[in-house]
Design a protein around this ligand. Structure first.
Ligand code: ASP
Length: 335
């Protein structure tokens, strides 16, 4: 056990060191991901989540995982942390509103048996991830949006609350002066928490939740509530989740693509790189400026190997395994 611990620790430290060092180029064809377990062991439990707020979210998820709990319960508990935090202004309560001043939330969840649930454009409910889970467990459907999602949530006993905090309202009023919709890559006007976990039983689940792009058109859905775009889990293969400009993630069915690439034998790292290269290609084909967007993927396979890649610097993610909880800056395409 001690040996295994030491090995894991060394591997994780090496991984973090490589990930945090500066990178010089696009992914090399033969470049091996730095976080694979080479001795055939499985790194579990483990949980990964996007951005800085992933650290705190991972702590909550780890509480479930370390007791042998289910990955599904872990990811729900984890993402509820930023959802409930009014100072996190891109997820749940406190999230920035749409251009009409309405806080509209998107979330989805997927378990090891391919059960799925999702809500889109949901207002007044602090924890959309739990409503998504209720859609999954208590309805014959997989996705509810807008008014229908709200009615369902209220019928399930979720309290109706004002989610627009004074800071968000002030920013929105400021924004109204120009009313120019111009999301800026990496500026925290849109970050999503996507979380994927492998539990002690070797089962995978994922959750994804966001208030979406600040000042979006009312009714706009991003990738985050869309199974296959913002999140995908295949318990035989692995799991992936996305953050960044949802329109570009939807265009390539991003998270599903990452999982399918892992199915073809790619490591989580390689799979994320290839998916980002697909985003890059479609942006270039459409003569769009890559500098204007960010897309980041994180991925985890059945062995507990993980990886990440993004369009440009600025994205980070948090990993919690039995060596501890840490933030990693992944490699990126645009230098
Ligand atoms: N993907 C989210 C959306 O498009 C935003 C983000 O993750 O930055 O709504």
């Amino acid at each position: 056990m001690n040996n295994r611990r030491n090995f894991l620790k060394t591997a994780a430290m090496a991984s973090a060191a490589v990930a945090l060092s500066s990178f010089t180029g696009k992914p090399e064809e033969n470049e091996e991901p730095n976080n694979n377990l080479s001795d055939g062991k499985i790194r579990k439990p483990i949980v990964l989540s996007t951005w800085n707020f992933g650290l705190k979210a991972n702590e909550a998820a780890w509480e479930v995982l370390k007791k042998g709990g289910r990955a599904l319960d872990a990811v729900e508990a984890g993402v509820k942390i930023p959802e409930g935090d009014p100072t996190e202004r891109s997820v749940g309560y406190g999230g920035r509103p749409d251009r009409d001043g309405r806080v509209t939330l998107d979330a989805c969840i997927m378990d090891e048996m391919s059960n799925i649930g999702s809500v889109g454009c949901l207002e007044f409910i602090k924890h959309p991830i739990s409503v998504a889970r209720a859609v999954m467990e208590k309805t014959p459907h997989v996705m509810l949006v807008g008014d229908g999602a709200l009615q369902f949530a209220l019928a399930q006993g979720f309290p109706k609350e004002n989610l627009l905090v004074p800071d968000s309202e002030r920013e929105w009023k400021e924004w109204l002066k120009t009313s120019e919709y111009k999301p800026i890559a990496n500026i925290e006007n849109h970050d999503t928490i996507g979380m994927i976990a492998l539990d002690a039983d070797g089962n995978l689940s994922g959750a994804c939740t966001t208030s979406g792009m600040a000042f979006k058109m009312h009714g706009r859905l991003g990738d985050s509530p869309i199974i296959g775009a913002g999140l995908y889990v295949d318990n035989e293969i692995g799991a992936a989740t996305a953050t960044g400009h949802g329109e570009e993630v939807i265009r390539i069915s991003g998270s599903h693509l990452v999982v399918e690439l892992m199915r073809q034998g790619k490591s989580p790292q390689k799979a994320c790189e290839e998916a980002v290269l697909r985003v890059v290609k479609l942006m270039k084909n459409r003569n769009k400026d890559l500098k204007d967007i960010q897309v980041g993927f994180i991925a985890l396979n059945k062995k507990g190997d993980y990886g990440s890649y993004c369009v440009q610097s600025g994205f980070n993610y948090a990993v919690y395994d039995d060596t501890g909880n840490k933030l990693i800056n992944p490699e990126f395409y645009l230098k």
